[in-house]
Design a protein around this ligand. Structure first.
Ligand SMILES: [Zn+2]
Length: 349
């Protein structure tokens, strides 16, 4: 129920599946924003076609009012690094892994540290977590341009710059743009379409947890295709609605995140949309990357009806998260759809 003090958000209905056009069935209703505050009561629909199964918010905040649902969102803040020594050791090992795995020689420390890379494999998230340290991209052999769509405060983009990429970020949040620029990363404020980047310009386009936030995911992929060079690579990360996490927590699955997540994909639906926009799929899988966060936050929602990112550092939340991640990783062996996150790597033909 909306209270008098809450600002109202203008909405518009989306009754039909935007992948296959089938009228959606109600999946969840009466959902309030939890974790990050936003006004309103929201519902999700699901496409009833077994071959599709897309999930989307209905109604959605309008393009004009969508900013109101991000007023307390986490991307405004700069992430806090771990304590000095722990951070340095972990990052040293991670960089050694990236050098070994993807051939990065710049920005990954002295050559002898290459020997440290096997230590990285103790991470409960395994390769999915570690490879994300270089956006799943191998070291470029010649000068190459990388665009990060929705780069936030530019933490990973700065690392990619240090490792040899010519980087560019795009971001709609002015606070995040300032934080990224303070890191020395070039970031353009506004939507991707608003930048009017030249066609056939970038060697790689990366977007992590962006596509589920936009009103027209197909148009986002279309614009990414246009700005990529032929042979250029697209990397997309987004929550997986067919995950074990969603099956386990249902309405309390953190990644539903109404009213900010407008559309939730599966391998089938994301692959279909990407292929429709002309991409040739190289990899399309589900992973356990950062799912310790999703598991722990979903458990908080289930228990207390609230979730706070700050509580993730509590020992009980950390232990739960690690066990959750290991469990989901084990599950992936028998069910390729179990992972909480989708990873799509595709090329422009
Ligand atoms: Zn559908």
């Amino acid at each position: 129920m909306t209270t008098e003090s809450e600002p109202s958000i203008a909405t518009r209905p989306i009754t039909n599946c935007r992948v296959c056009g089938t009228p959606g069935s109600l999946l969840y209703e009466g959902c309030r924003s939890r974790g990050f505050s936003a006004p309103g009561v929201w519902s999700q629909r699901k496409c009833p076609k077994p071959a599709c199964g897309l999930v989307w918010l209905d109604p959605v905040p309008t393009e004009e009012d969508i900013g109101k649902v991000y007023e307390t969102y986490y991307t405004h803040d700069q992430p806090k690094p771990l304590a000095g020594l722990v951070n340095n050791v972990c990052w040293g090992v991670w960089k050694s892994y990236l050098r070994h795995r993807f051939g990065y020689k710049r920005g990954t420390g002295p050559a002898w540290t290459s020997l440290l890379w096997p230590l990285a494999l103790v991470h409960p998230g395994g390769r999915a977590e570690l490879d994300a340290g270089a956006m799943y991209l191998p070291a470029p052999e010649q000068p190459s341009r990388l665009l990060e769509v929705g780069c936030g405060a530019g933490v990973v983009l700065k690392r990619m710059q240090d490792m040899g990429w010519e980087v560019r970020g795009q971001e709609i949040d002015p606070k995040a743009v300032k934080a990224a620029e303070a890191r020395g990363v070039r970031v353009d404020l506004g939507t991707l379409h608003g930048q009017k980047y030249p066609a056939n310009h970038f060697d790689a386009v990366h977007m992590a947890h962006v596509i589920e936030h936009v009103h027209d995911p197909a148009a986002l992929l279309r614009e990414s295709y246009r700005v990529l060079k032929p042979g250029g690579v697209l990397v997309v990360l987004t929550p997986n609605i067919e995950s074990w996490g969603h099956a386990r927590f249902g309405k309390n699955w953190f990644n539903l995140d109404p009213p900010r997540h407008l559309v939730l994909f599966s391998r089938k639906t994301l692959g279909k949309v990407a292929e429709r926009e002309g991409f040739r799929i190289s990899r399309l899988e589900t992973t356990v990357r950062t799912c310790w966060v999703y598991g722990s936050m979903s458990r908080q929602l289930q228990r207390t009806d609230q979730a706070n990112l700050a509580d993730l550092g509590k020992p009980s939340a950390l232990i739960y998260g690690i066990i959750y991640q290991l469990r989901e990783r084990l599950m992936l062996r028998s069910n390729p759809d179990a992972g909480d996150e989708l990873l799509l790597i595709a090329r422009k033909e």
